[in-house]
Ligand binder design. Structure first.
Ligand code: DX5
Ligand code: ZN
Length: 223
C-alpha cells in the first residue's frame, strides 16, 4: 500500500485570515503546509516572507511547514526563514552560485533540505548532492502562479527521478507541485510521488476542506 502526504499550498488561501485558514486545512487532514515565497525577480509575482511565517507560528500552528523559495538569490533568506519556524527549506538550485553551500547552510540551521526543479530544469542538478537532500520538489507548472495546468511531460520526469532516488541509501521524498486535481492524482502517485502539493483544488472549490481532502485521500491509497 502506498501512502502519499498532502501539502496544502497556502498561496490559494484567503490571506485576510491566514492563521484560521491554515488551522482549518490542517484539521481537515492536510499533512504539511506548503509556503510559497515569490520575489518578483526569479518569478513574476510576489508573496510572503519570514515575518508572515513567524506570525503563523505565533498564532499556534505547529504543523510541518515547507518553505518553497522561488527567489534569487537564495542564501540570504535561509537564516530568516529557519528562525521564523521553517521545517523544510526548498530552493531552486539554478538560483544560487554554490548549491552545496546553500544546502549546508539549511542543514546548519536545523532544517531539512529540498531541491526544486522547474519543468525544464535538467536532472543533472541532482548530481553530487543526493546524499544531502531530503526532498525533491518536482514542479509540474512554471513557478509563479497558482491555478495553472499540470504539464503531462512531468509524469515521465517523476518516474525518472524515482528511479534515481530508489538507488540511494538515504531516503529522499518526491514532492510534486502544481496543477494537481482529482483527475491526475492517481497517476502522479503511481509515478512515484510521496507528497502532493495542492493549492487551488483545496482552497478554490465549493466543497468544505474536509470533504475535498477526504476525496483526495481516497484517490491516493493505491494497492
Ligand atoms: C507555483 C507554486 C505552487 C502552486 C500550487 O509556483 O509553487 O505551490 O501554488 O498551486 P496549484 O495547486 O493551484 O497549482
Ligand atoms: Zn510551491
Amino acid at each position: 500500500m502506498t501512502k502519499c502526504l498532502i501539502a496544502a499550498s497556502i498561496l490559494s488561501a484567503n490571506f485576510a485570515c491566514l492563521g484560521q485558514e491554515i488551522n482549518d486545512v490542517i484539521h481537515a487532514g492536510a499533512d504539511i503546509i506548503h509556503f510559497d515565497v515569490m520575489d518578483n525577480h526569479y518569478v513574476p509575482n510576489i508573496t510572503i516572507g519570514p515575518t508572515v511565517l513567524k506570525a503563523i507560528r505565533d498564532y499556534g500552528i505547529n504543523s510541518i511547514i515547507d518553505v518553497h523559495l522561488m527567489t534569487k538569490p537564495v542564501d540570504n533568506l535561509i537564516i530568516p526563514f529557519a528562525q521564523a519556524g521553517a521545517d523544510y527549506i526548498t530552493f531552486h538550485p539554478e538560483n544560487t552560485y554554490h548549491v552545496d553551500r546553500s544546502i549546508n547552510l539549511i542543514k546548519q540551521c536545523g532544517c531539512k533540505v529540498g531541491l526544486a526543479l522547474t519543468p525544464t530544469t535538467p536532472l543533472s542538478y541532482l548530481d553530487y548532492v543526493l546524499e544531502k537532500i531530503d526532498i525533491i520538489l518536482i514542479m509540474a507548472v512554471n513557478p509563479g502562479y497558482a491555478g495553472q495546468t499540470f504539464l503531462p511531460v512531468i509524469y515521465n520526469k517523476i518516474q525518472n527521478i524515482n528511479n534515481i532516488v530508489k538507488k540511494q541509501t538515504n531516503k529522499i521524498l518526491l514532492s510534486v507541485d502544481g496543477g494537481i486535481n482529482i483527475n491526475n492524482i492517481s497517476k502522479i502517485v503511481i509515478c512515484g510521488a510521496n507528497i502532493l502539493v495542492i493549492g487551488s483544488f483545496i482552497f478554490n472549490n465549493t466543497m468544505p476542506y474536509i470533504q475535498t481532502i477526504k476525496y483526495i485521500k481516497k484517490k491516493i491509497f493505491i494497492k
